[in-house]
Design a protein around this ligand. Structure first.
Ligand code: DPP
Ligand code: ZN
Length: 875
């Protein structure tokens, strides 16, 4: 199939003003009758055919203005319905299709999850329900009538407000009619029908409207919705207070289902969630799960304005809603928790997911210009880098001008499907700034590398900063231009105080933000009385890789003294990374090595620093991950050497700090569990301490971990201990796995953790264990969460075993991709992306990865999703 290109975008020839959907639900034969009012758009010539999208559809009948169409007047295939010569005047089109929800294993369109009917229409799932102009710039007012067996489906939900319900006389069926007054694109359509429990609540908006809030879940799970509901109400309040945005319907429904390709979906007034982002109690959910639920509930709710009220003109503009909405949910979580800790977590995610994507064969701009399959562009680049771009806009403009630009955006584009250009124009108009160069962030792929060198001149009392930026080569990107990079900075004097320089030459500086907007730039700070240490890219003010030549002493200094908590953390990471890279290459060269002691001193002083909160300490004590180290090394990667290096540093710290670590472990919070940031931070620190203590040579280590597992009163501590037992292959590992299994076997989400713990164990039989677990009675290859827990976590979270030199890891994943692809292309192609860094591996492993990829590529019946990924990965 030919690529779809941004430059080929054309305005629609027809618009659909209203849609009346009458959906008669049946597991194998659902009848969908769609009545649409259509009109030509201005400039559409006479006789322009109307081409409606379909996917796997079967047409029953088609009428225009009440008259059935002759066969010669249209053409229908499963993928398209063409009305050859529609009337010139506005007309009503009625299309009837029949679909089979129970056979829908792709989980796109209308399907069943544990017997509940539900839908997923983004990006192009609506065309699997009815023929339609399935593109986001077609905005219509929907009325949906659902009919189903009253006993099987007491709950009937669709978008908007409930208008009518009743029995279908003389039958055992009933119906509900929902009306959504807000024009919306088809990808925001949703319905749910089934036998579900309802957890009700209410929220009063700031202008006094009472909104009904409901969370629908499987019966028996009502008690697991409290945190999600609380998060929803806090999100609604926060959006009013922070951005002045209120909810706009009288009901907001959330439904949790267990089979879902994504995390959740922001359908207007009827969000559908992967139940993993709704259900929580201390027994089955970790602190991380609680934080994720809060963030995803907020994210989907915030889409109501950034995504639904203002949507995307075309799918190239996906970051318009996703980058902005991720930025909003990150800000929300920062306000709910510790801002510094949240920032560190977000940057970790960016560096571990987006940076490798941007450095490999799947690199693409935040706004791509071409795609074969849009489902493959729900990426870390569109989401996370997209959020960083919005954050930079705020950093450059300042909070007031940023808010003014957003206000203008909501005022100017409410009810529209729009573009990145229109978004940026609002900030230009409200601030008077030219954002032409800034817009390159949307169009250029690759992570810019910024080199920074400094020099202090004591005679002149000046401090000079030389900056260079460069974007490394990206497939298909020929030339690049300099970005505008906002760099937050501080000139730190020997006491740790930020100096205020007299004046600055060579760059625009406002407050603590320097704009670096040329290829090379030399910036001079005058009246600097003492030689400072430059703390650059504070709070990670731009998504770039910074190459700043700081000595070990300077890094140690920043790790202790920087007033920016993020850069304190960063200095520790940089120190650790330098050491890990050095250790890795020594191990590969079979040279005797030992880790440097500097980092241990930093750990020691962080642990005893009373000014740092526990969560921040836990972050500072977390070494860069194996994949991060691989990314830093960049080529000829040997995952085993990386792991050995990391383990040697870990064990040095464990041994050197065992006394302090034990104290922290013993101080871990007791009593009733609360998911709040503070106790969660203490648990994170205690479990981080345990992670090091487990490799110390203190006596009774293994018994202590086993005891922590046994006595844990919450999932966070239980899972941390289980992971240690299993990953370090401690004596009680098998027993603990069995105990966890027995305790949680009836809870599917908790069992996902059991599968994941084993899949990520860096032990030499991991691939066999994963293969064996695929036959476990609780493993279900049709459930995306199970595939992600077992296979995705093996492929992306177990680098030494995925990239085994005997090729068994790659082979297992390749075979699984092929098997899953037949059932669910989206899940398969996502799993396939775990090969994306294959070229960076050392020759033997990269050859094995290539043959696994070629094996996938040689399969003729590959889905478009997987074909696209495998072709790009191999190119
Ligand atoms: N459901 C996905 C999200 O919220 C896609 N819109 O990001
Ligand atoms: Zn989103």
């Amino acid at each position: 199939a030919p690529a779809i290109r941004l430059e080929d975008y054309q305005l629609p020839r027809y618009r659909i003003e209203t849609v009346f959907l009458d959906i008669n639900l049946d597991p194998t034969e659902t009848r969908v009758c769609t009545r649409m009012s259509l009109a030509r758009t201005a400039g559409t010539p006479d006789g322009t055919p109307l081409e409606l999208d379909g996917d796997d559809l079967s047409l029953t009948s088609v009428q225009i203005d009440g008259v059935p169409l002759e066969c010669s007047a249209y053409e229908a295939s499963p993928e398209k319905l063409t009305i050859k010569a529609p009337p010139a005047a506005p007309f009503e089109l009625i299309v009837e299709t029949v679909i089979n929800p129970s056979a829908n294993t792709q989980l796109m369109g209308l399907y069943q999850s544990s017997g509940t009917y539900c839908t997923q229409c983004e990006a192009e799932g609506f065309r699997r329900i009815t023929y339609f102009l399935d593109r986001p710039d077609i905005l219509s007012v929907y009325t949906t009538r659902l009919e189903a067996l009253a006993n099987n489906c007491p709950v009937l939900l669709a978008n908007g407000n409930l208008a009518e319900t009743g029995r279908v006389e003389g039958t055992d069926r009933h119906f509900a009619v929902w009306h959504d007054p807000h024009p919306k694109p088809a990808y925001l359509f949703a319905l749910v029908a089934g036998d579900l429990a309802k957890v009700p609540d209410r929220f009063t908006t700031r202008s006094g409207t009472s909104v009904e809030l409901n969370i629908y879940v499987e019966h028996g799970k009502e008690g697991l919705c409290g945190w999600a509901m609380d998060s929803l109400k806090r999100s609604m309040r926060w959006d009013e207070e922070t951005f002045g945005l209120e909810y706009d319907l009288s009901v907001f429904n959330i439904v949790a289902v267990s089979d879902f390709n994504m995390g959740a979906m922001e359908n207007k007034g009827l969000n559908i969630f992967n139940d993993k982002y709704v259900l929580a109690d201390p027994e089955t959910a970790t602190d991380q799960d609680y934080a994720n639920i809060e963030a995803v509930i907020a994210h989907e709710y915030f889409h109501n304005w950034t995504g639904n009220r203002i949507t995307c003109r075309d799918w190239f503009q996906l970051c318009l809603k996703e980058g902005l909405t991720v930025f909003r949910d990150q800000e929300f979580s920062s306000d709910m928790r510790s801002r510094a800790v949240k920032r560190i977590a977000d940057v970790r995610l960016l560096k571990s997911h987006q940076f490798p994507e941007d450095a490999g064969p799947l690199a693409h701009p935040v706004r791509p210009r071409t795609y074969h399959e849009i489902n493959n562009f729900y990426t870390a680049t569109v989401y996370e880098k997209g959020a960083e771009v919005v954050r930079m806009l705020k950093t450059m403009l300042g909070p007031e001008a940023f808010r003014a630009g957003l206000d203008l955006y909501f005022e100017r584009h409410d009810g529209e499907a729009t573009t990145i250009e229109a978004f940026l124009k609002c900030f230009e108009d409200s601030s008077g700034r030219d954002l032409g160069q800034f817009s390159l962030w949307y169009d250029q792929a690759g992570t810019p590398v910024v080199a920074a060198e400094t020099e202090y001149d004591p005679a002149r009392q000046s401090f000079t900063l030389s900056l260079t930026q460069e974007i490394p080569p990206v497939p298909g990107q020929k030339t690049t231009r300099a970005n505008v990079i906002p760099l937050r900075f501080g000139l730190v004097d020997p006491n740790g105080t930020d100096l205020t320089p007299g004046s600055v030459d060579g760059a625009t500086v406002s407050g603590d933000v320097l704009l670096f907007d040329q290829q090379h730039q030399t910036v001079t700070f005058k009246n600097v009385p003492v030689p400072p240490v430059l703390s650059l890219q504070r709070a990670f003010s731009a998504p770039v890789r910074l190459n700043q030549k700081l000595s070990e002493d300077e890094l140690l200094f920043l790790a202790r003294k920087d007033s920016d908590p993020f850069n304190r953390w960063q200095a520790v990471q940089t120190l650790a990374m330098q050491d890990l890279v050095r250790l890795t290459s020594a191990i590969r060269a079979h040279q005797p090595v030992s880790p440097s002691e500097g980092i241990i001193d930093v750990f020691r002083s962080i642990l005893s620093d009373g000014s740092l909160d526990a969560a921040l300490k836990a972050q500072a004590l977390t070494l860069p991950g194996e994949a991060d180290i691989a990314q830093e090394i960049g080529k000829d990667v040997d995952p085993d050497a990386i792991r050995s290096a990391r383990e040697s540093l870990r064990s040095l710290a464990g041994k050197a700090l065992s006394g302090q670590l034990l104290q922290i472990i013993e101080a871990s919070p007791a009593g009733a569990y609360s998911p709040d940031a503070e106790p969660a931070g203490q648990r994170a620190l205690a479990n981080r301490a345990l992670h090091y203590f487990a490799v110390s040579d203190a006596s009774g280590v293994s018994a202590l971990v086993a005891d922590r597992f046994k006595t844990a009163n919450n999932m966070t501590d239980r899972l941390a201990a289980l992971t240690l037992l299993v990953h370090s292959n401690l004596p009680r590992a098998a027993e603990a796995l069995a105990a966890f299994h027995d305790r949680h076997q009836s809870n599917s989400l908790a069992m996902d953790k059991w599968f994941m713990t084993q899949a990520t164990a860096p032990l030499k039989d991991a691939a066999q264990v994963v293969a064996r677990l695929m036959d476990h009675p609780l493993y279900d290859p049709s459930n995306p969460n199970k595939v992600r827990a077992l296979l995705q976590s093996f492929a992306s979270g177990n680098p030494t075993q995925f990239a085994r030199v005997d090729g068994s890891g790659f082979k297992l994943v390749a075979e699984s991709v092929l098997a899953i692809d037949k059932r669910n292309p989206q899940v398969a192609s996502r799993l396939l992306t775990s090969f994306r860094s294959w070229r960076a591996l050392e020759p033997q492993r990269s050859a094995l990865a290539e043959s696994a990829l070629l094996r996938i590529s040689s399969c003729e019946e590959l889905s478009r999703d997987s074909r696209d990924i495998v072709d790009r990965t191999l190119q």
